[in-house]
Design a protein around this ligand. Structure first.
Ligand code: GLY
Ligand code: MN
Ligand code: MN
Length: 486
């Protein structure tokens, strides 16, 4: 073999190796481009004649100075495209359009351009070529091409879009929004055209209805990812049960959950993790998680891994010392009973509110029997939230809140919260319990997808008595290190 040949061979081998490395650079179980296309087609079916739907990518948000929040794509943009980068625009047309060169198309994607310099700082970009290959679009342009893109939105019967964000001040998304306003004759300062404009074809209501209909029920591909998110979260809850010690802090407990999420490849938490000991559990969206010692409190832990866009939402409430007190157990078992009653209502055709009605009935009766309220009809604040919401790409996912359909996933999450100073015996004060599971409803019945996390009070106690791999983790004492390194 001559030198030239061997150089070519070497280059070919390196190229192949780079391809493999690139392919192994991230997990490979993402939704397929066919899924996203099928979802766009399903939306197109719902759209009225001579309409276009307009979707913008989520804005990049500033955290402080030159640090941005971790970017998260708008779930709907992801659902329809699979594109996970910012500064992008998607147009879906009801009818095929014809370009100046005679090409037919019924959707266009504008993406952020490739840039060797920017990719050095913030990572790879798909660019137009990548979006064509990986996402399966045929019409893809760099976002700076939208300005010269020939489209007059006023000639459509309906332009379906969401209210535009009015706090995006610069960058590619800002320019896309400005150009959309200009091409649809919207005043630049407005988020939508005035209602009294007789030529107003801009519609910011209907898209929500269509997307709620599509997202309410999950396809088989979506269920695989949602189950992964839920299983990971349930495993994390179980591992925390084994690892918890009274001397741990709330944030340490959060750290164990989130370590397990990451270990299984979940990219994010679906919402800020809630770990509240004792009274902190009464704060429904408690996210400070900064109590240094759990002590003998009940610890309410509401966490959900997000796996490839799909979010779990699982709550367990456990005694930090491994054993429920008499009062803690009485409240816990009542919430458990209410949740069981809620599960039984998870049937195709039942009203969305049926699990809540069933749970409220049990809780009111139980609180009266424990003497916490005067009678089952006494108005009280101990169960101040709903029992269910849809679950999917958003933790509070879109849906129509009508009757249950086949392949719907909802939470069932009753709770009792008794803050200090409540009008009942002091022995109940500071007890907060929520039990939350993720339920798949199908024509065959319901399945608890988060059942891997122990839920019965005696099963929780048994699990907490087990050894944990986290028992072995010993780190140096920070204060000692400070003293030594003065
Ligand atoms: N984690 C929020 C909720 O349970 O709805
Ligand atoms: Mn929930
Ligand atoms: Mn929750």
């Amino acid at each position: 073999m001559n030198n030239l040949k061997s150089i070519f061979l070497l280059l070919w081998v390196l190229h192949q190796a780079a391809g493999v490395a690139q392919a192994q650079n991230e997990l490979t179980d993402f939704l397929d481009k066919a899924f996203h296309k099928q979802r766009r087609d399903a939306l197109r079916q719902l759209m009225p004649a001579k309409s276009v739907a307009v979707f913008f990518a989520n804005p990049v948000r500033n955290r402080a100075n030159d640090v941005e929040y971790v970017y998260h794509q708008d779930p709907e943009f992801y659902y329809l495209t699979g594109y996970r980068e910012p500064h992008a625009l998607l147009l879906i047309f009801k009818e095929a359009q014809t370009s100046a060169t005679g090409d037919k198309y019924n959707e266009v994607l504008f993406v952020q351009p490739k840039s060797a310099y920017m990719e050095m700082w913030t990572g790879r970009r798909l660019g137009t070529k990548g979006a064509k290959e990986k996402l399966g679009f045929t019409q893809v342009y760099n976002n700076d091409k939208f300005r010269g893109f020939s489209i007059d939105f006023t000639r459509f019967n309906k332009v379906l879009h969401y209210r535009l964000p009015n706090d995006v001040r610069n960058g590619g998304l800002y320019r896309l929004i400005q150009q959309f306003k200009s091409k649809s004759k919207m005043q630049t300062g407005q988020a939508e055209r005035p209602k009294n404009d007789p030529n107003n074809n801009l519609d910011t209501k209907t898209l929500h209805r269509f997307m709620s209909q599509l997202r309410e029920t999950k396809t088989e591909e979506e269920l695989i990812l949602l189950k992964k998110a839920i299983f990971i979260s349930a495993i994390a809850q179980k591992e925390v049960m084994k690892a918890m010690k009274p001397q741990m802090s709330e944030s340490e407990v959060q750290g164990i959950h989130e370590y397990v999420f990451k270990k299984y490849g979940a990219e994010y938490e679906g919402y800020p993790s809630i770990v509240g000991a004792g009274h902190n559990g009464c704060v429904l969206h408690y996210i400070t998680n900064n109590k240094p010692k759990l002590g003998n409190d009940l610890v309410l832990m509401d966490l959900g891994a997000e796996y490839h866009g799909y979010s779990a939402d699982v709550t367990r409430t456990i005694p930090a010392n491994g054993k429920f007190s008499k009062e803690q157990k009485a409240i816990y078992d009542l919430v458990y009973k209410a949740q069981e009653a809620g599960f039984k209502q998870c049937k195709v055709g039942n009203a969305f509110n049926d699990p809540h009605r069933a749970a409220v009935k049990i809780i009111n009766k139980g609180l009266a029997e424990l003497g916490i309220i005067a009678s089952a009809t006494t108005h009280h604040r101990y169960f101040p939230h709903g029992t269910s919401h849809y679950l999917g790409l958003d933790v509070h996912d879109k849906g129509r809140y009508g009757t249950f359909k086949h392949n719907t996933v909802i939470t069932v999450e009753p709770g009792i919260y008794i803050p200090e100073g409540s009008p009942c015996d002091k022995k109940w004060w500071g007890i907060a319990v929520r039990i939350e599971d993720d339920i798949l409803i199908t024509n065959k019945g319901w399945v608890n997808l988060s059942a891997m996390a122990p839920r019965k009070s005696d099963e929780i106690e048994k699990t907490m008595a087990k050894k944990s791999p986290f028992d072995e983790i010993k780190l140096p004492d920070l204060n000692e290190l400070i003293k030594k390194n003065k």
